[in-house]
Write a protein that binds this ligand. Structure first.
Ligand code: MN
Length: 158
């Protein structure tokens, strides 16, 4: 767990940020959860998080997550967050990593269909996001040495 949350720890000073410490736990019912946090940082974005093996796997989506079938959104993979982050709402003070207001935009449980290296399929049971969704890794350019963190997030039919 500590290894998974290393990047989360490195980016934050818990004496200053109101965000949850990695060791904080989350009380929840059966099943796995997802959360979408609207984050008014320097650029407004939506943080999409899926519970997986004790942490929240996370992606930053620059625009509102789609409810219709016709829209595909870029989703940039970011560091794993602790489970307790699913309840976090508040103001990250100026000067800190991710400074700005965080509010929960949607939350619920999900059913996993497929979790692969490049493709994740799941059914969301939130208030705004309901139905089958897919995260699909975009193939990196052959010559780019950079690690690819870009995915597409979109709704799919059953
Ligand atoms: Mn964010």
């Amino acid at each position: 767990m500590e290894q998974k949350l290393k990047r989360y720890l490195q980016k934050r000073d818990f004496k200053k940020t109101p965000e949850p410490k990695p060791e904080e736990s989350l009380e929840k019912k059966e099943g796995v959860i997802f959360v979408v946090q609207k984050h008014k940082a320097s650029h407004l974005h939506y943080d999409f998080r899926l519970e997986r093996e004790g942490v929240l796997k996370s992606w930053a989506i620059p625009k509102e997550p789609p409810t219709s079938f016709s829209i595909k959104r870029l989703a940039v993979e970011v560091e794993d967050h602790p489970l307790a982050y699913a309840n976090f709402e508040g103001e990250i003070p100026e000067g800190l990593y991710g400074a700005g207001k965080v509010e929960i935009w949607d939350k619920g449980s999900y059913l996993l269909r497929e979790w692969g290296e490049k493709k994740i399929v799941f059914e969301l049971k939130g208030k705004r996001l309901r139905g089958l969704y897919c995260l699909l890794k975009i193939n990196p350019k052959q010559d780019s040495g950079k690690q690819n963190k870009n995915w597409l997030f979109f709704r799919i039919k059953k």
